[in-house]
Design a protein around this ligand. Structure first.
Ligand code: BDP
Length: 676
C-alpha cells in the first residue's frame, strides 16, 4: 500500500512536467520509446533524427539512409524521400545529406500527428530556399526589440559555461519546421557581439544548434572597427578597416567553422553605415562580403532605409537601392521588408522586389506582431505572407527571413496562437506553395486537437476558420482600406491618429500617413501626388494610379480619397470605413464564441489563456474603432451609419489614454485592463 501511494505521489509529481502550458509547442508527441529506428551512419545530426523518432514515432520500423545516388542528389542535401513498402510495414527515409534525414524524420512525425495514413507513402521533398532564417531582435541586456514574449532566450551572462535547456529545445523546434539559420542579435547591433568574450558565447550556442542543422549568423554594427577596434574610421574602402574585418572573420570562423555570415542594418534609423563615409550601400556590403567569402559566408544587407527627407517614405528604399542593381558581390543578398513602409497590417508589396534583376534578394517578414496587437491579439499571419507571394514569385527570391516572436515566456511566444506564426513561417520558407489553410490544419492538429478523434474535427475546423479570418479582422479594426501607421507615439499597440508631437519627425506621426482633412483621407501616391505608383510594373502602376481602379484594400494607401467617393464596394469612403471597423469588431466577438465552443476539447490552462487574450482583443478592437471613427468623423462631418454599433467611448477620453510603457515594452494584462 505504501508503495502504491508513493507511486501515485510520484505520478502526481510527473504530471506538471507534461502540463499543457504551451512549452512543448507543436511537438507534443509522447515517448513510448518503442520505435525501431536504424541508421546507416552515425553523426550528431543523424543521431538527433533517430532520437526524435524514438521519442515519438509509433509506427513501423524506420530506416534512415544516407545515400548519394541520382535521386537523392537531385533532392539536395536537405531534401529527402520518404517511402513505405510492404503495406506500411517498412518505412524508409533517404537523403544525400544528414539534414535531409533530420527533416524527413520530422516530416514523418508530422504525418503521424496530423492523422495521415502511412501505409502507402512515397513523398519527395526539398526546400524552396537554401536559407530559411530567423532574425532575433535580441539585445545583449536580454531585452528584445519589439519582443512580446518575455526576455531574450540567450542568457549572455551565464554563457558560455552555463547552457540553458531551452537552447536545444529552440533548435529542435526550428528543425522540425525546416528553419536552418538564426541571426541571434538585434539589427540595431551592439559592436560588443564581435568581442572575443561574446564570440565564445556565440560559439557555445552554435555548438548546440549544429546537430539540428542550424547555423548561426550575427547582426553587426558597421562602426565596429571604430567602436571595438579603436580605428579612426569605418570607411569600407580604408585598408585598415578592410584588414580589421578580414581578421574578425578569421577569428569567428576559427571558433565557428560553419558560421553563416552577417546581417547588416546600415544608414537606417541612426545606425552607422558606409554612407557616413561617402560610400554606397554596395561598397559597404561588398567589403564585408569579401571578408567572409573565403569561408563561404554571406552578407544579408537590409534595404530598410528612409531619411527625414521630402521624398515619400514609401519610395525611399527603391530610390536608394534600385540604382545599385548589379553592383553587389554574389555572396550578398539584399534583404527587403515585404511592404515599402514597415510591416503594417496591410501594405502593398515593396516595388523593390523584381526591380533589381541582377541582385540576389530576400524577403523579411515580421513574425513578431509589432503592428498587429503584440502577443495580445490573435492574428494568423500565413495569409499575409501568401498575399505577398501573389505579387512576388517565390522563385525570384533567394531566401526568406522572419523577425522572431520568441522569448522566455513558458509558451515561447506570449500568445498560444502566436506559435502558429513561427510554425507557418518555417513551413512557408520550406514550401511557399503550401496553403495557409493546410498549415493551420497541421499546426492545430499537432498543437490543440487530436486528428484521430472524430469529435475534434468540427471544432478544429471552426478554429481554423477563425485563424484564417484573423489577420483581416485586425486590418479591419485597426487600419482598413489602405490606412497605415495610425499608432500611438512611443509604442505600436494602440491608436492615436490625432498624435501631434511638436518637433517630431513628420514621418513618425500618423498624420503624415492618413492626411485627413475636410476633403478626404489618405496619402496621394498617384502621379498627381508622390508618384510612388510609378515604382510598380506598368500593369500595377496603371491599376493603382487611377482612383477608380485601385483595389479597395489599397485605396487610402495610394489616394487621398474624398469622403464621398464611391468605392468598388458601392459605399462611400466614409461608410466603408465605418463598416470595416465594425466588421473587425464583430469578427473578434465571433472568435470569442468560436473559442468558447472548444472548451470541452482543450486543456483548461491553454483554453483560459487564449480566452483571456481574446477578451483583451475584443476590447482593443472597440478602442481602435471608436478612436479612429470618432477622430475621422471630425473631418468627414458625416454620421456613423445606423446599422453600425455606436461608439462607447468619448474621443476626449480616448485622447487621454496613455499606456505606461516604453517604446520596446509590452504592456501587462493589468495595464490593459486598467486602461479603461
Ligand atoms: C521598425 C521597428 C524598429 C526596428 C526597425 C528595423 O519599429 O524597432 O529597429 O523596424 O526593422 O519596424 O530596423
Amino acid at each position: 500500500m505504501k508503495k502504491l501511494l508513493s507511486f501515485i505521489w510520484m505520478l502526481c509529481l510527473l504530471i506538471p512536467a507534461s502540463a499543457e502550458d504551451g512549452s512543448r509547442l507543436w511537438l507534443r508527441y509522447t515517448t513510448d520509446g518503442q520505435a525501431n529506428v536504424t541508421c546507416n551512419r552515425q553523426s550528431p545530426i543523424v543521431d538527433a533524427a533517430a532520437a526524435e523518432l524514438r521519442k515519438g514515432w509509433k509506427g513501423a520500423p524506420v530506416a534512415l539512409t544516407l545515400i548519394r545516388n541520382k535521386e537523392t542528389r537531385a533532392l539536395g542535401e536537405e531534401g529527402f524521400r520518404l517511402s513505405t513498402s510492404d503495406e506500411g510495414r517498412k518505412i524508409s527515409i533517404t537523403s544525400a545529406g544528414e539534414r535531409g534525414l533530420l527533416y524527413g524524420a520530422f516530416h514523418l512525425l508530422r504525418l503521424q500527428e496530423t492523422g495521415a495514413d502511412w501505409a502507402r507513402l512515397d513523398i519527395k521533398e526539398s526546400p524552396a530556399y537554401d536559407l530559411r532564417i530567423l532574425n532575433h531582435w535580441d539585445n545583449l541586456d536580454r531585452s528584445v526589440e519589439r519582443g512580446y514574449a518575455g526576455r531574450s532566450l540567450w542568457e549572455w551572462d551565464a554563457l558560455p559555461s552555463t547552457l540553458s535547456d531551452r537552447y536545444a529545445e529552440y533548435a529542435r523546434a526550428n528543425a522540425s519546421i525546416g528553419i536552418n539559420g538564426t541571426v541571434i542579435n538585434n539589427v540595431n547591433a551592439s559592436s560588443r557581439i564581435l568581442s572575443a568574450e561574446y564570440l565564445e558565447k556565440v560559439k557555445a550556442l552554435a555548438d548546440i544548434f549544429r546537430p539540428y542543422g542550424i547555423r548561426v549568423y550575427l547582426s553587426i554594427n558597421f562602426a565596429s572597427p571604430m567602436q571595438l577596434g579603436g580605428l579612426p574610421t569605418a570607411d569600407p574602402l580604408d585598408k585598415q578597416v578592410i584588414a580589421w574585418w578580414k581578421e574578425k572573420a578569421r577569428e569567428i570562423y576559427r571558433l565557428i567553422p560553419d558560421f553563416g555570415g552577417f546581417l547588416v542594418k546600415a544608414n537606417s534609423e541612426g545606425q552607422p553605415g558606409p554612407c557616413d563615409f561617402g560610400r554606397s550601400h554596395a561598397e559597404g556590403a561588398n567589403m564585408l562580403a569579401d571578408a567572409v567569402k573565403p569561408y563561404k559566408g554571406i552578407i544579408m544587407w537590409r534595404a530598410f532605409v528612409y531619411s527625414p527627407s521630402d521624398a515619400d517614405r514609401a519610395k525611399q528604399a527603391y530610390l536608394e537601392f534600385q540604382p545599385l542593381d548589379g553592383q553587389f558581390r554574389n555572396n550578398v543578398i539584399v534583404q527587403i521588408k515585404n511592404g515599402p513602409v514597415d510591416f503594417q497590417p496591410r501594405e502593398p508589396y515593396s516595388p523593390l522586389f523584381g526591380a533589381m534583376p541582377a541582385t540576389a534578394q530576400m524577403v523579411e517578414f515580421q513574425i513578431t506582431q509589432e503592428y498587429l496587437g503584440f502577443s495580445y491579439h490573435l492574428a494568423y499571419l500565413a495569409p499575409m505572407w501568401k498575399e505577398f507571394f501573389n505579387f512576388v514569385p517565390h522563385a525570384s527570391l533567394k531566401a526568406m527571413a522572419g523577425v522572431a516572436n520568441i522569448g522566455t515566456d513558458t509558451n515561447w511566444c506570449g500568445h498560444h496562437f502566436a506559435q502558429s506564426n513561427w510554425y507557418a513561417f518555417g513551413r512557408l520558407a520550406w514550401n511557399p506553395e503550401l496553403s495557409s489553410e493546410a498549415i493551420a490544419d497541421e499546426w492545430l492538429a499537432q498543437t490543440f486537437f487530436n486528428a484521430r478523434n472524430q469529435q475534434h474535427i468540427p471544432a478544429a475546423h471552426k478554429v481554423r476558420q477563425m485563424m484564417m479570418q484573423s489577420r483581416e479582422a485586425v486590418v479591419d479594426y485597426m487600419m482598413p482600406i489602405g490606412l497605415h501607421h495610425l499608432f500611438a507615439w512611443g509604442h505600436h499597440y494602440g491608436p492615436e491618429p490625432w498624435c501631434a508631437i511638436p518637433g517630431a519627425r513628420p514621418d513618425w506621426l500618423p498624420s503624415y500617413y492618413h492626411k485627413a482633412d475636410k476633403e478626404g483621407v489618405g496619402f496621394d501616391r498617384s502621379r498627381n501626388g508622390s508618384n510612388a505608383t510609378a515604382q510598380y510594373p506598368d500593369s500595377l502602376r496603371r491599376l493603382y494610379d487611377d482612383i477608380r481602379t485601385c483595389p479597395d484594400e489599397y485605396l487610402l494607401w495610394f489616394h487621398h480619397a474624398p469622403w464621398q467617393h464611391v468605392m468598388q464596394s458601392g459605399r462611400t469612403v466614409w461608410d466603408e470605413l465605418c463598416h470595416r471597423y465594425d466588421r473587425g469588431v464583430q469578427q473578434v466577438r465571433n472568435f470569442q464564441k468560436i473559442w468558447a465552443e472548444t472548451e470541452e476539447f482543450i486543456d483548461a490552462e491553454r483554453f483560459e489563456a487564449v480566452q483571456s487574450r481574446l477578451s483583451i482583443q475584443a476590447r482593443d478592437a472597440v478602442w481602435w474603432k471608436d478612436a479612429c471613427l470618432l477622430y475621422f468623423m471630425e473631418y468627414s462631418d458625416m454620421r456613423i451609419p445606423y446599422d453600425i454599433e455606436r461608439p462607447i467611448h468619448r474621443l476626449d477620453d480616448l485622447k487621454r489614454v496613455k499606456l505606461p510603457i516604453g517604446n520596446h515594452e509590452c504592456p501587462t494584462e493589468q495595464m490593459l485592463n486598467e486602461r479603461r
